[in-house]
Design a protein around this ligand. Structure first.
Ligand code: 13P
Length: 249
């Protein structure tokens, strides 16, 4: 069993001042551990402040929440994968449900972003997950498999083997309704089987994270579920004490 991955997605929370303060507290609460991987996804504007604040902690990985798929150009408001890498990012969220459902991004865009990330030396975390009506209609697996197939379409198998997948059922994000460990485990098994078809046994090394209303109270049971290799946490990652206790799970 590989080390669990604990990833904090701050979304549009914590500007530079709050990011610095968070890191100051977090570093005193959470000593370096080599039995887990901890990632932070601050906003682009807080990225440098967060990176600077934890520059002595090479065990912490910083990532960005989004990239554009082009390397440069007239794309007002966007940042490229190469810029994120230059700023010190090692990982990037691709296809987060808020990008898909609030900003209307398509699977084809996710495929281009995954490809751009790997070209620039960033590790993509491809996020997939169904809406509530899709789950209720029995379409959850089909939706997730389609997002995976289309999102990974432009990657070599070597790139897929070194990335991460996050299963975030949209109905569980920010709603306080966590999927049960059994629900998460069942979908993670579907994702693993799909990866096995692409990668064979190497699929076992691709971390599959669960996200959606994870809290201090649910983290341990979700992490114990089969095929759940880590957690992608929004709201419960915003205060340093709470996040430290999830990291210590
Ligand atoms: P919450 O933990 O706030 O539900 O957010 C989950 C998420 O979207 C992480 O990427």
């Amino acid at each position: 069993m590989q080390h669990p991955v604990l990833a904090a997605n701050w979304k549009m929370n914590h500007g530079p001042t709050e990011a610095r303060e968070f890191m100051r507290r977090y570093l005193t609460l959470s000593p370096r551990r080599n039995d887990r991987t901890v990632m932070f996804f601050p906003s682009d504007l807080a990225f440098s402040a967060a990176a600077e604040a934890c520059r002595d902690r090479s065990d912490l990985l910083l990532g960005v929440q989004n990239i554009h798929w082009e390397d440069k150009g007239a794309f007002t408001g966007e940042s490229s994968a190469a810029m994120a890498r230059d700023a010190g990012a090692r990982v990037v969220l691709v296809g987060h449900s808020e990008r898909r459902h609030v900003f209307g991004e398509t699977d084809a865009m996710q495929a281009k972003k995954c490809a751009a990330a790997t070209r620039a030396g960033l590790t993509p975390v491809l996020c997939v997950g169904e809406l509530l009506p899709q789950r209720e209609a029995g379409q959850a697996e089909a939706v997730v498999l389609e997002q995976l197939t289309l999102g990974l379409a432009e990657l070599s198998t070597a790139s897929v083997a070194s990335m991460l997948i996050a299963y975030e059922p949209v109905w569980a994000i920010g709603t306080g309704k966590t999927a049960t460990p059994a629900d998460a485990s069942a979908m993670h098994a579907v994702i693993r089987t799909h990866l096995r078809g692409l990668l064979g046994e190497k699929a076992l090394a691709v971390p599959i994270l669960y996200g959606g209303s994870v809290s201090k109270g649910t983290a341990a049971s979700l992490l114990a579920a089969e095929h759940v290799d880590g957690l992608l946490v929004g709201g419960a990652s915003l205060d340093a004490e709470g996040w430290s206790s999830i990291v210590a799970t």
